[in-house]
Design a protein around this ligand. Structure first.
Ligand SMILES: *Cc1c(COP(=O)(O)O)cnc(C)c1O
Length: 421
């Protein structure tokens, strides 16, 4: 559910007409709904009620300061995967004790920043990382709280680029080696083992892989406790999928997921952390774009938009589907026809949808890409020297630009010309 609905034939974001935002900020742009962000956060929070827990928003999905502040004020922690994300979380007002640090390639500088600034835990992904973390903590006179990310060798049944829990993926330590690695960690004075971490992938549309993975984590918890480790916290990752295609999707609900967590892990008495990103931000955002031309090709028509793959790369990168809807509601019963929806970038990959059934549209009309709040703006670039598009946050009947469009001068002046030229 989200807060992007038609009212009297016009698409609204909460109580603001999307066309009014377009008139003020120009197209293309992203628009996010505060109510939808909070609703999704609270669904997860409620799903884990009765268990000691913290929902750590995976901020790589959408790391705008205003989005982070909105969620932090509602009580969210943050899952960060870089020093930059750590700094962004702190700048948005998130205290270190609510930040967990994930990622396979944490540098010594990033580790030091987090140790000095305060951190809830590091999710350690390899033995070399563990050694660096130990040495860095000791050099600072600190003890780093850690979980070890285990790779449970479970098929998440998702797109290959976002599956992370198979043994061939680069993530975590093979679960079969976990007891040995925990023994090594316990012998390092710069580390304090607090729990176990697992994250098997993104856009999971079936709970079965979670059930398999969490069953293995439950067994491992008991084994590690028998070995003498204090396992008091389980970080269960993120990855719950969202319905990108409304007409043809039925992904699991956070409440079903919460029930699964209780069933598989509830008896262990651990504090639970989860790291949802996409499910919190995905359906809380639209990308709005204007039709530049409608072009008739040989047996194929093209809807050419002012938005492109550099603004929203998911279709090109992951073959992702986004529902595309007109900002002016089509009349009931209007005839739809297949059309390729494309951007202006000079690559055939700059195609948002092929042979999509769309109502008739004309140059100047606005369309909205649904489910664009996660892995949209954060993955955008200035390819083709197209400025990063603005982000707008709606709150009831108010809206604010939360990242403005840069000017061409700002873009050009980021480059410097060496003195020999
Ligand atoms: C990407 C990621 C997440 C969030 O995944 P979503 O599919 O957006 O929920 C959580 N944890 C880790 C470690 C990640 O890398």
């Amino acid at each position: 559910m989200d807060h992007f609905l038609y009212r009297d034939g016009a698409l609204f974001a909460e109580d603001v007409a999307v066309a009014d935002i377009a008139a003020e900020v120009g197209t293309p742009f992203y628009v996010y709904s505060t109510a939808t962000l909070l609703r999704h956060f609270r669904l997860f929070d409620a799903a884990l009620e009765g268990m000691d827990h913290l929902v750590c928003y995976a901020m790589k999905a959408n790391s705008n300061q205003a989005v982070l502040r909105t969620l932090a004020q509602a009580g969210a922690g943050m899952d960060v995967v870089s020093g930059g994300e750590y700094q962004r979380a702190r700048a948005a007002g998130v205290p270190g004790e609510r930040i967990v640090f994930s990622g396979v390639g944490k540098t010594q500088a990033e580790i030091r920043t987090a140790l000095e600034g305060g951190i809830r835990q590091f999710n350690v992904e390899s033995e070399p990382e563990m050694a660096v973390l130990d040495a860095t903590a000791r050099a600072l006179g600190k003890v780093a709280p850690i979980t070890i990310r285990v790779n449970p060798d479970v098929d998440a049944k998702t797109h290959a680029k976002i599956a992370t829990g198979k043994s061939e993926n680069k993530f975590g330590i093979p679960i079969a080696r976990a007891r040995e690695v925990y023994r090594m960690a316990a012998a390092m004075p710069g580390l304090e083992v607090v729990g176990i971490d697992v994250h098997i992938g993104s856009q999971l549309t079936d709970l079965e892989p979670y059930a398999l993975a969490y069953g293995k984590v439950a067994e491992l918890t008991e084994a590690l406790r028998a070995d003498g480790h204090v396992i008091r916290r389980l970080d269960l990752g993120g990855g719950l999928g969202i319905p990108y295609e409304r007409s043809n999707a039925d992904p699991p609900l956070p409440s079903d997921y919460g029930a699964l967590v209780k069933r598989t892990l509830g008896h262990l008495g651990c504090e639970i952390e989860i790291e949802p990103g996409r499910l919190i931000a995905g359906n809380a955002g639209l990308m709005v774009s204007e039709v530049i031309y409608v072009k008739s090709g040989e047996g194929r028509d093209f809807l050419i938009l002012d938005g492109a793959m550099n603004d929203l790369i998911r279709p090109a990168m992951y073959d992702a589907w986004h529902d595309i809807i007109p900002v002016v509601e089509p009349a009931a019963g209007v005839e739809r026809a297949p059309i390729d929806v494309v951007g202006p970038v000079c690559e055939s990959g700059d195609t948002f949808a092929r042979q999509r059934m769309m109502p008739p549209l004309l140059a100047g009309d606005l369309v909205a890409f649904r489910s664009a709040g996660a892995y949209g703006a954060v993955m955008s670039s200035e390819y083709n020297s197209r400025p990063l598009i603005p982000e707008v946050l709606v709150h009831g009947d108010q809206f604010a630009v939360i990242r403005r469009r840069p000017t061409f001068d700002e873009m050009i002046n980021r480059d410097t010309i060496p003195e020999w030229l």
